[in-house]
Ligand binder design. Structure first.
Ligand code: ADP
Ligand code: GN1
Ligand code: MG
Length: 406
């Protein structure tokens, strides 16, 4: 790091995919309307403050930095993520995130869990290293030594080590990638298999408790705020009606003790798994906000529902969506190669149903959010959550028309 007065350069571009940094969202001043949309999404409409806020927050984590470049990053639906660098090299960069405190009401607890998880995995890897690259996002404390920085207006910011030479994908394109996705989830479960789940607190009450999402849906319907009708809305309502029983399947298995509580990731969808750009192998799993005690079946279901949808969860061609059983088999091969040390026969028996539950649950969550006025997931256009729910419900129907391959 050079010494002298900090010189801050913030470049804002609109969404632009470059070969070198494939998942950067850039803001081009030449496209002001789009840039304004994206800025609104990232700043809750408070865009005048964005630059000043970013400068200020970065200075709390990297007070000595010289030339700083900040770019919107990734395609997450919850937090606001930025890539911060100086001298434009990955080795001098980090991830800066504003934790969505409308979703995570106690961001301090999110960071407490993240600290427990990262310390545990770091120690375990030091004692028994893996035979290939596996990186852990590290919490980078503020200059004051804290794991997060809270602004006066109540925002929570954290910074994480950037997993170098990595990229994420929104969809899986081939069988090797599919096995790697399975490997990544298996590695997460393997590395946390000796971490007592009760050490972790619940950072998001009700998360993945499918019957509760059903209740929320019914409450939103009862309020009657969204009285729109369309063939698409009727389709969603019909699917929900048909799957009332399914909503209870994993929760019943949990309360009857058929499936044990373990450490779960909570959100292992494909774009939370990072791949080495050179070897194309999975090297990390990020988005640790929902790591807590739960069923690993939520993870298995979520990983498979996101990995086996080649059209992607944001496609507008929802009627063409299908569940790819071949990709599913590959992901499971990759997963079981690692997980066979702890996966029981009963665990295996629940895999197919866990995909159904989580696909249904996500469709229900998107649809409820659409009806409630898009209060939870980031959206890019008003019908986005409706389209997303159609995609999940179509995926569910496709899955249910097939069997799991042995
Ligand atoms: P969200 O909760 O909004 O999904 P994430 O924590 O998943 O936020 O971050 C958004 C994206 O940023 C991820 O999907 C991943 O592509 C990228 N990302 C997050 N953390 C890191 C990291 N430490 N190194 C590299 N990329 C990261
Ligand atoms: C959210 O944060 P992100 O984009 O990785 C959501 C998941 C959903 C996913 C659907 C905390 O994940 O539960 O499956 O969107 N995370 C949270 O894309 O709600
Ligand atoms: Mg994410």
């Amino acid at each position: 790091m050079r010494s002298g007065a900090p010189l801050l350069k913030i470049s804002l571009y609109y969404i632009f995919e470059s070969a070198a940094k494939p998942h950067f969202q850039k803001f081009f001043w030449t496209k002001p309307q789009q840039a304004a949309l994206q800025l609104n999404a990232m700043t809750n409409g408070n865009k005048n403050n964005l630059f000043d806020k970013l400068k200020f927050v970065v200075s709390k984590f990297a007070p000595q930095s010289q030339a700083i470049d900040i770019q919107g990053f990734g395609s997450g639906n919850i937090n606001d993520t930025f890539w911060v660098s100086w001298e434009d090299t990955e080795s001098r960069s980090f991830i800066l995130q504003r934790i969505n405190h409308q979703v995570f009401l106690k961001p301090q607890l999110v960071m407490q869990n993240m600290r427990i998880y990262t310390d545990h995995v770091r120690d375990r890897l030091a004692k028994s290293p893996l035979d290939r690259r596996w990186d852990l996002p590290q919490i980078l404390p503020t200059a004051q030594g804290q794991d997060y920085f809270q602004t006066e207006d109540g925002e929570f910011w954290r910074s994480l080590s950037f997993i170098e030479n990595s990229k994420s994908f929104d969809t899986i394109t081939d069988s090797q990638q599919a096995r790697e996705v399975g490997y990544a989830l298996g590695t997460f479960h393997h590395l946390t298999s000796d971490l007592a789940p009760e050490k972790l607190v619940d950072t998001l009450e009700g998360f993945h408790i499918t019957p509760l999402y059903l209740q929320q849906y019914q409450q939103v319907i009862a309020k009657g705020e969204n009285t729109q009708t369309s063939a698409e809305i009727t389709y969603c309502q019909k699917i929900i009606e048909q799957h009332q029983e399914l909503a209870h399947l994993l929760e019943d298995a949990k309360s009857s003790g058929k499936l044990p509580l373990r450490v779960m990731h909570g959100d292992p969808k494909v774009n939370n798994i990072l791949f080495d750009q050179s070897t194309q192998l999975a090297v990390s799993i990020v988005d640790l906000d929902t790591v807590k005690s739960g069923l690993i079946h939520y993870d298995i279901g979520d990983c498979l529902r996101s990995g086996c949808n080649p059209a992607g969860e944001d496609t507008r061609k929802w009627e063409d969506v299908r569940f790819d059983m071949d990709l599913c088999q590959e992901i499971l091969v990759g997963y079981k190669a690692i997980a066979n040390s702890f996966l029981t026969k009963t665990d295996e028996d629940y895999i197919y149903d866990s995909i159904r539950v989580i696909t249904f649950e996500l469709g229900l969550r998107f649809f409820t959010d659409y009806l409630a006025g898009n209060v939870y997931f980031h959206i890019k256009y008003p019908e986005h959550n409706l389209l997303r729910s159609l995609v999940q419900f179509r995926l569910l129907e496709s899955l249910e028309s097939q069997q799991l391959k042995e």
